[in-house]
Design a protein around this ligand. Structure first.
Ligand code: 5CA
Length: 446
């Protein structure tokens, strides 16, 4: 993309309504625009990041054997009456009446709808296990929408639902989700720690939240410092291997890590004092096992191996897709702007032409741009007639992890500059070498 033809409405001033860094930077970098409280338009740069995050979520869900689909945002009230949640959800639910006076709602989550789909089509245990998921906009009329996309009213969520014959099978689904979520967050350059939590409106008593530690996080958390040393890394996972998934679950959840809702001072005191931490965190996902809560209420039964109808065991599993954009920025920025992890960057490489209009630098930049695209790498080429300082400031603000700078002096010596946004370090090399290096770096993140 050539910046001269793009839509990147960066702001010079720091918007006064934004209280935390991610919100400020998303506004300044022209990623979002508020349309009403807690409701945002995703401008082109923000939209690209959102799509990158969605793609990682899809890839990791499909790797775990979960099946993508799409359910509507608007739902009928009747299904929610069946589960008893139409009243229980309270004022957070946006209720709408259509022209026929039918009661509708903008879905805050989809347990009822997916259970209805399941019961309409599945009648035998032979069709289990089954996990379906979608990535769809949700609406919750939060009392205090704030921090930009972090606590929105309309927000994008991945929500998945497992259907199993037994509690044991459903717990495997729970563990499988835990492992796939760990991998998902790690690919985004995030450490998200699973913590024992409260199940709230979803029900059940088996639930973990995934928290990214950050001072601006809304959740208060307590943990054993050693949990931050555990990473999934590149180990091979077989998602059908019940013991392996249970092992990872055990490894990640046996040390003390809880949100304030489940925090227990007496248990916490058993952690050696020097390892006890209390901090704040951003909740980027949550998994639940709630047994037959919805299948009982909504009569979702299958014929079991013994021929008798059995209510299916279920769980639901959510990732805050739009919230993640803010969470990643909270975890990765400096005073100049955003620093995107390679896995989610809106463009792989930024190209800065120091002397736009000079035939040598123009043609070198064009060549680099084309070569990057030919390698499957996206480039944002700042081809505007602007001062070098202004171009660098924009690149630093929008946070592309790698920048290639082309100037007449370097070209005279056959070199361009490759700069890391994270370290600020620059290295001179030929254009071919810079393209090769970018290719190598991103190969590890594809
Ligand atoms: N049905 C279950 C699992 S699919 C569910 O709705 N879980 S949830 O309520 O925990 O939401 C899942 C994730 O969505 C949360 O972990 C959080 O990351 C994100 N989320 C929840 N509320 C908001 C909000 N108001 N703004 C942005 N993200 C949100």
């Amino acid at each position: 993309m050539r910046l001269s033809r793009y839509f990147l409405p960066v702001l010079k001033e720091t918007p006064s309504e934004a209280q935390i860094a991610s919100h400020r930077l998303m506004l300044r970098a022209g990623m979002i625009k508020q349309s009403s409280a807690g409701i945002y338009s995703w401008l082109p740069l923000g939209y690209r990041v959102l799509k990158r995050i969605e793609r990682i979520v899809h890839e990791e869900q499909e790797r775990a054997g979960h099946i993508p689909m799409l359910m509507p945002t608007l739902q009928g009230a009747d299904l929610w009456r069946e589960s008893g949640r139409y009243d229980a959800f309270g004022p957070e639910m946006l209720r709408i009446t259509d022209r026929q006076d039918r009661e509708m709602l903008y879905g805050p989550t989809n347990e009822e709808m997916i259970t209805d789909i399941f019961r309409s089509h599945v009648s035998s245990y032979k069709d289990l296990p089954l996990t379906l998921y979608h990535i769809q906009w949700k609406f919750r009329d939060e009392v205090r929408p704030r921090f930009g996309v972090m606590r929105g009213r309309e927000f994008l969520m991945k929500d998945g639902y497992n259907f199993d014959l037994t509690k044991e099978d459903a717990l495997h689904a729970y563990n499988r989700h835990l492992v796939s979520y760990l991998r998902t967050y790690e690919r985004m350059g995030l450490q998200a720690i699973p913590m024992r939590a409260d199940s709230g409106a979803m029900g059940g008593d088996n639930t973990h939240e995934f928290l990214v530690l950050a001072e601006t996080g809304e959740s208060e958390v307590f943990y054993d410092a050693n949990v931050t040393d555990i990473v999934l890394g590149k180990r091979d996972i077989d998602y059908d291997d019940v013991e392996q998934c249970a092992g990872v679950m055990e490894e990640f959840t046996s040390l003390y890590a809880r949100t304030d809702e489940t925090h227990d001072e007496a248990v916490f005191e058993k952690v050696p004092e020097e390892r006890r931490r209390s901090a704040r965190g951003i909740e980027v996902g949550q998994i639940f096992y709630f047994g037959t809560k919805y299948s009982d209420a909504m009569n979702a039964k299958v014929q079991g191996p013994d021929g008798k109808p059995t209510a299916v065991h279920m769980g639901s599993h959510g990732i805050g897709v739009s919230r993640l954009v803010g969470a990643i920025i909270e975890a990765s920025h400096d005073d100049k702007g955003i620093i995107w992890p390679e896995g989610v960057t809106p463009f792989h490489v930024g190209i800065v032409n120091l002397k736009q209009g000079d035939s040598a630098t123009d043609s070198a930049c064009d060549g680099i741009y084309k070569a990057l695209e030919a390698e499957g790498l996206s480039a944002l080429y700042d081809d505007r007639k602007d001062r070098a300082g202004a171009k660098f400031a924009t690149m630093d603000l929008i946070g592309l992890p790698w920048r290639i700078t082309v100037g007449p002096r370097g070209l005279g010596n056959g070199v361009v500059e490759l700069t890391s946004r994270r370290t600020g370090e620059s290295e001179e090399m030929s254009a071919e070498a810079a393209i090769g290096r970018a290719k190598e770096i991103y190969a590890a993140h594809m």
